[in-house]
Design a protein around this ligand. Structure first.
Ligand code: NAD
Length: 301
């Protein structure tokens, strides 16, 4: 696609709140990009934003996405409206930049989940297991690749799609001198009858990003290391994220951002006297799935 503005990409902002300010400031420093038009359901807010930035005030979303000078629409509306506003722009043939999160639930645009695949193809050298006597033991690690590394995705699958039944499972110790498995493959059936696979490995030299792929009745998406890399919806196609595969960061460790966000949430919950959003039952559900896989594979009673 070529730009409407003679080599300069014209941007439109849908929503003129807090994050739209960031977009407007950020665009000023991007060569080849120009803020062209803005729209908000709060007319006075959009007018003020347009006056402040010199952009055109589009009176409706339809007007914004149809404007010739707009090549890219940045979706800065509340999260639950992301899909609806994005699709209006896509239907008008525009590129879309969607604020996080892409939507507030998966069922919305993907329809009913049909096939779910999760992969944790990591690598641990023998030195990792030798680094502490509890690693790789039934007594204190509780298992191997599935319990220690795969449990994150076990938790994620339970959270997103409900706790699945384990139809079949296979565990193997292929490489490491440890009591437990270094590769586990599970075939799952979710409460809505969707079928899934979860694979956890510590034999996949040199370690690869995790993948979560969901095929639904209305479309599919794929997350690589938690970043959305592709979304395809029936009747339209959105190319998402564009995350680069960073093979250097496959340890699952490193940045404390995830823990920081969770701790901040726990502190807020304590202050407000509400339950923490992730509780013991969530941990129990993920653990039960891991243990069910071991039982099904014949590795635990
Ligand atoms: N990436 C980040 O760091 C970051 C930071 C803040 C917010 N966000 C995301 O940005 C989104 C917006 O957050 P915010 O803090 O800017 O919210 P905000 O409430 O400040 O702004 C949202 C704006 O959207 C407008 N709006 C609502 N429905 C609309 C519609 N149908 N069409 C057009 N405009 C509509 C509202 O009137 C409001 O002005 C959220 O999804 C949030 O998660 C991302």
């Amino acid at each position: 696609m070529t730009t409407a503005g003679g080599g300069t990409w014209g941007f439109g902002l849908a929503g003129c709140g807090v994050i739209a300010e960031t977009f407007a400031s950020a665009l000023v420093g991007v060569d080849g990009a120009r803020l062209v038009a803005v729209h908000d359901v709060q007319v006075a807010r959009a007018e003020a934003f347009a006056a402040q930035t010199g952009a055109v005030h589009a009176r409706s979303l339809g007007e914004l996405v149809e404007l010739d000078g707009v090549d890219v629409v940045c979706v800065c509306v509340p999260s639950g409206l992301h899909a609806e506003v994005s699709m209006a722009a896509v239907d008008a043939g525009k590129h879309v930049v969607v604020e996080k999160p892409i939507d507030v639930n998966l069922e919305g645009r993907l329809g009913e989940p049909l096939f779910i695949q999760a992969r944790v193809p990591w690598y641990r050298a023998q030195a990792y297991y030798d680094s502490a006597s509890w690693r790789g033991t039934w007594a204190l690690d509780g298992g191997g690749a599935f319990m220690n590394q795969g449990v994150h995705h076990a938790d994620l699958l339970c959270w997103l799609f409900g706790a699945p039944e384990v139809l079949a499972a296979h565990c193997a110790n292929l490489v490491h001198d440890i009591e437990v498995e270094d590769l586990a493959v599970a075939l799952l059936r979710f409460p809505n009858e969707a079928v899934g696979t979860l694979v956890a490995s510590t034999v996949s030299f040199p370690g690869f990003p995790t993948v979560l792929s969901v095929n639904g009745t209305e479309g599919s998406l794929e997350l690589v290391d938690g970043a959305l890399v592709a979304v395809a919806l029936k009747g339209a196609e959105l190319k998402g994220g564009g995350a680069e595969l960073d093979l250097g960061d496959t340890s699952g460790l490193g940045s404390p951002e995830g823990h920081r966000a969770q701790l901040a949430d726990i502190v807020a919950a304590l202050g407000e006297g509400r339950p923490a959003p992730v509780g013991g039952e969530d941990g129990y559900r993920a653990l039960k799935l891991v243990l069910d896989v071991y039982r099904r594979a014949g590795w635990r009673d």
